[in-house]
Write a protein that binds this ligand. Structure first.
Ligand SMILES: N[C@@H](CCC(=O)N[C@@H](CS)C(=O)NCC(=O)O)C(=O)O
Ligand SMILES: [Fe+2]
Length: 356
């Protein structure tokens, strides 16, 4: 019934959570990351889910939310904590509010401390809670900016989070050591700052002495998140604009055969199969340049930079690898022909068979 995915942004160590109702095919995303919008969009499409809402646990200081990018693409509602001061949201969530997706819902609990407006989202059956930067795994969020308050955090954790059922799984907004999940029972017993017999003054004494540098992106991230991640300029860099392209959860930008057939601007078609396949029974696309995958790294200098590249192979697998390689090598406009020559021919597009 419940679809659940934990997604990670390695640059900011942020976890994004996808929760979906498998029957109603509706989903929400908690704490998205601007640079990961295409990834999240691809996952939603591949799972056949409608994004009804993006939720923030707080105004993040270390990364920019993808809420506005996703709203533009999926018409999803943007939900933020009521106290956050963010402008441009569709819902301002207060303690006790519910966010529904299909037949499931999350309930909002106010958990101030890391920031004044932080909230925790608790799943309807109390089997999972998303604690943002309040309770982290064997740790807690910092309390030294955005009206953070260690006293408030101690009370939030003890009245709103550790009072959930012992088996309730806790999912934070970050982990900087690679840990992914914990539980109420574990944190009650083993959280070194907040568990066991640690008192409120023990905790505030601990937090007064963290001495962490501010997040590197703080001066950019906070203002951007206060407008729900709406870009100041429109160019996002997240999507290539030269053709209607798709993006797979595996991370590959793809072009559909029909789109390639109809494209108006000049593109360079690069076929990465072996020479015998190029002139074999499947043929090749007229004008395609043959560079077998194994030679691509040595021959990148032969590729033009003034027009987009479309990578082709038999099924789309090898050319998918070539697409990723060329993007990493600094070619911004490159796409994989979805389904390769098999789909190109299957869809009835023309091929050449002679050598070139
Ligand atoms: N080095 C990171 C710092 C990230 C940071 O300060 N994270 C906050 C959450 S927004 C925190 O509470 N960190 C707790 C910790 O690092 O122990 C950056 O520059 O982004
Ligand atoms: Fe944070």
């Amino acid at each position: 019934m419940l679809i659940f995915r934990q997604l990670f942004d390695p640059q900011s160590s942020t976890y994004t959570y996808l929760l979906g109702d498998a029957r109603a095919k509706q989903a929400v995303l908690i704490d998205t990351v601007f640079e990961q919008a295409a990834r999240d969009g691809a996952l939603l499409s591949e799972l056949g889910l409608e994004l009804v809402c993006t939720l923030e646990t707080h105004v993040h200081a270390d990364h920019i939310t993808a809420a506005t990018l996703l709203k533009r693409r999926f018409a999803s509602a943007i939900a933020v904590p009521a106290e956050s001061g963010a402008e441009g949201a569709d819902r301002y969530l207060a303690h006790g509010d519910r966010v529904e997706f299909g037949g499931r819902h999350l309930t909002v609990r106010a958990t101030p401390g890391h920031t004044r407006a932080c909230v925790t989202y608790v799943l309807d059956d109390e089997s999972m809670a998303f604690t943002g930067d309040c309770l982290l795994i064997r740790g807690s969020g910092r309390t030294d900016f955005q009206e953070g308050d260690a006293h408030a955090m101690y009370r939030s954790v003890h009245t709103q989070i550790l009072t959930l059922p012992h088996a309730c799984l806790l999912y934070p907004a970050h982990d900087y050591r690679g840990l992914s999940v914990t539980s109420v029972a574990e944190e009650r017993a083993y959280n070194p700052r907040l568990g066991g017999d640690v008192s409120e003054s023990d905790f505030t004494g601990y937090m007064d002495n963290l001495g962490l540098p501010h997040p590197k992106k703080m001066d950019i991230a906070v203002p951007a998140n206060l407008r729900c991640g709406r870009p100041e300029g429109e160019a996002t860099g997240a999507e290539q604009a030269w053709a209607p392209l798709t993006y797979t959860f595996a991370g590959v930008t793809e072009i559909h055969p029909q789109t390639l057939e109809e494209i108006a601007l000049p593109v360079e078609i690069v076929d990465v199969r072996e020479p015998d396949e190029f002139v074999g029974p499947l043929g090749h696309i007229r004008g395609a340049k043959l560079i077998p995958l194994g030679q691509l790294a040595a021959r990148v200098g032969e590729l033009p930079r003034d027009r987009p590249l479309v990578m082709v192979c038999r099924s789309g697998a090898r050319s998918g690898q070539a697409t990723l390689f060329l993007q990493r090598a600094g070619f911004p406009r490159v796409a994989n022909l979805s389904g390769g020559m098999l789909r190109w021919r299957g869809d009835g597009h023309a091929v050449d068979t002679g050598a070139r």
